[in-house]
Ligand binder design. Structure first.
Ligand SMILES: Nc1ncnc2c1ncn2[C@@H]1O[C@H](COP(=O)(O)OP(=O)(O)OP(=O)(O)O)[C@@H](O)[C@H]1O
Length: 306
């Protein structure tokens, strides 16, 4: 199945039946989807689902065993080097050059991208300041994990690429730095860049991504906006909060929890919610409020299973 983008978006990625075998093991098994320009796609899945494998293929660093992939209209399976100027890649773990100062490190990569000395200085300064990174004269080996991640992000953006592939950008970072990077990604999107990222921080994915792909054992289990996914995984949950003088008067089959003197029983649909409310009233209790909520991405992933 192909998951198309909306008609109004220019297409940045067209992936068709991507397969990746490692020997006899099939890590990706027929992945097809489209992504529009200027969108953020979050790729989620349990360990070993195939996220890094897919991201490496999108970055032109690994060639698929079968299938086709066009990025910005270019067939990157046949011509992976065509991505060089278009793509900024952030690997899951970046090996940085421990003994280099940040400025020298960025200069080194700027030269690889063919930038002039002036361009490198101007862009490095702008990137480091937008990332709130002031490393001074420190060597990369002396930086904290969060600072190193920011250096790797700056490196991925030096040549001003339109398409970013970020593997676990906030992994291992404290919540403040993780949040900062989430907001930074939104700014990059506002500049018109297309971003594919993987993350185990599902709240961040829910917050910043336009579309989400749930991978399971190398296949797309679900793909769409969070709204699409909520429809696919269904239902609202209703939580009925009540007080009751004697909970033992409730019908024994009614499951509930109790916190600070307030009881709560959950129901999967409106009929269930009505049954709970009636049971509470029959046992002499009072319904205080009813809350409805959608399943979170985390609950969806649990429902999908390994
Ligand atoms: N070079 C390789 N050789 C053999 N098997 C590999 C190789 N790279 C990945 N695999 C296997 O392919 C599967 C998918 O791996 P991948 O790294 O893409 O998963 P992932 O979803 O990124 O996992 P994680 O969340 O743990 O990073 C795993 O079973 C992994 O063992």
């Amino acid at each position: 199945m192909i998951y198309p983008v909306g008609r109004d978006a220019d297409r940045m990625i067209a992936a068709r039946d991507l397969v990746k075998d490692y020997g006899a093991f099939r890590a990706l098994d027929g992945v097809s989807f489209d992504l529009g320009e200027g969108e953020i796609l979050g790729v989620v899945g349990h360990n070993g689902a195939g996220k890094t494998t897919l991201l490496k293929i999108l970055a032109g660093l690994s060639s698929p065993t079968a299938g086709s992939l066009a990025i910005a209209g270019v067939d990157v399976v046949r011509n992976p080097h065509a991505l060089k100027q278009t793509l900024g890649y952030l690997p899951e773990e970046s090996r940085l050059y421990e003994t280099m100062r940040v400025a020298d490190y960025l200069s080194f990569f700027g030269e690889i991208y063919g930038l002039s000395g002036g361009e490198i200085r101007e862009r490095s300064e702008r990137l480091l300041s937008s990332l709130s990174l002031d490393a001074g004269e420190k060597k990369i080996g002396e930086l904290s994990k969060g600072m190193r991640r920011k250096v790797a992000i700056a490196r991925s953006l030096l040549h001003d690429p339109r398409f970013l592939v970020y593997d676990e950008p906030s992994s291992g970072l404290d919540p403040m730095t993780g949040r900062f990077i989430g907001e930074y990604l939104r700014e990059l999107r506002a500049e018109g860049r297309t971003i594919v990222l993987s993350a185990h921080n599902l709240y961040q994915i829910e917050e910043i991504c336009d579309r989400v792909m749930i991978l399971r054992r190398g296949r797309i289990e679900a793909f769409g906006t969070m709204r699409d996914l909520r429809e696919r995984f269904g239902s609202l949950t209703y939580e009925v909060y009540f007080t009751i003088p004697d909970a033992s008067a409730l019908e024994p089959s009614l499951a509930y929890t109790r916190s600070d003197g307030i009881y709560m029983a959950a129901a999967g649909d409106v009929a269930g919610m009505n049954r709970v409310s009636a049971a509470v009233a029959a046992a002499g209790g009072t319904v205080e409020r009813i809350e409805s909520r959608y399943p979170s991405l985390e609950e969806m992933l649990v429902a999908v299973g390994k």
